[in-house]
Design a protein around this ligand. Sequence first.
Ligand SMILES: [Zn+2]
Length: 439
Amino acid sequence: MIVHGLKINRSWFFVFLLTLNPRKGGSKMKKLFSVMVFLVMMFALGIAHAGPISPVSNPTGPFEPPISDSQTGPQCSDPGYDVTQYHMHYDDEEPNPTYKYHVGDDLNGKCGGSTDENYPLRAIADGKVVYLDEVDDDGKGKRVYIRYSFPYAPGPNDVQTFDSAYFHINGVNPSKVWWSGPGTGSTVSKGDTVAYLGGTGGWVPHLHWEAQWDDSIPLSGPESNPYQNPLTITHALKYRAPSLIVDDRRDEITYTAATGGYYTIFTMPGNAPSSTAYMEYSGERKSLKKAITAGWMENYHLAHEKDGLWYYYYDIDNNFFENGHQYAISANVSGAVLHILVPCNAYQDDRARIDMIHAVESDPRFSDIQVKTFGTESPWSLNPAWDIRWMRFKLSDGRTAYVNQVTYRANPLIRNTAYYDPDLGQWTNWQWVDWNQLY
Ligand SMILES: [Zn+2]
C-alpha cells in the first residue's frame, strides 16, 4: 500500500461541519489562552500544589463503572444500579443553601433503600490508593480515593491523571486497599473489589462517586466538600462527571498493527477522538505521539482513506476517527496493538454543562453557574438535526446571561456553544467544541 505523504488536518471535517451549520468553528488560539490564564490564576492564588499531580506509572486502558451492571444482592434481584443524582445537579429540596449543588454522581442499587448495602465497589481501572479515611466522623463518612492515569495526548506528559472518591462506604476490602500516609497506598487492578457500599456519614446507603481533575483540592478538610453554593466556574472545573469519564472510555476497539511495510486496514464502527487512542506494546501503553517517540511506529503508520487515496496526519493525536471511514495501522514492532476508545454518548447533559462552562470560562464577567436553570430541547425545534441545551450563569455584576449548547444528533461528538453577551445585547457566534477536549 502506498501512503501519500500529504499533510491533512481537520479542515476537511470543518467543511463538513460548516455545511451543517453556517456558523463559525472554534478558535484554537483563544482556547489555549484561556487555559493559560486559568493556570496562572491558580498559581497566583497559591492554591495549587507545589508539584504536578504524580501519575500512576503505567497509564490504564478502558474503564468500567464502580458497580457491575449485573450486581444483585440478597434483598434485590434487579441487577445493576441507577445514577440518582448527577454531577452538578441542583437539589431543590436540600434545606441548607450551602448544600444545593452536587459535585459527583450518586449511585444506588435498583431496589432502593438499604437493599444495596455492602454491594461491592470496584476499581474502575488499574490505579493506586492515595487517601483512605476509615473514621466515620463527618458527612462524607468513610471514604477512599484512588488515582488513575490514562493515555491522553494533550495531557501533561501525554497522560491525564485524576483522583476518584468513593464516599459513605461501609469499609474497604483490606486485601486490596491499604494506606498509611502519602505515597504509601496499595495499587489496585481494574475490577478489584476495593470497598463496600454503605451509608456512613448519616445517609441512606448509596455511593457518592466523584472525580477530581485538579490536585489543588486537599483530599481531607473543608475544601473537599463536594457541595458549594454558589457553584463558581473555578470550583466546578476542578471536578468532572465520573460517569461521563467512564462512558467515554468504556467501549474499546483494538487492531494489531501489521509490520514490515504492511498495514492492517479497518473500518471505524463509531466516532472517536484520536487524543484518547493509544498503542499497547509489551505491556506498556502510550499515546500515539509517545509511541512514535518510543520508536514503536512512524508518523505515517496511521493512515486514513479519502476518495481512494491514503493520507496520514502530521498532528497524529489531534484528529478524529470517523464512523464508517477506512483507516490503516502499521508499526515497527511486532505485536503492537492500536486501542481506540469510542464514547458511548450517554450522560450528554453532563457533557453539555461542561461545554457551557468552558464556553465562558475565559470571560471574566461570568462568575457562577445557575444549574437550576438547565434545560433541554431534543430535537431542537429550530433545527431538528440538533439537540439544544441551555443554562444561565450569574455575572460578577449581578446580571445573568444564558449559554446555549447544541449537539449534532447524527454524531454527538459534534457540538457548538454560544452565549448571550449582555453588554452587546446579542448572541455570540457558535463556537465549535474540540472533541479532543476531555470532560
Ligand atoms: Zn452525593
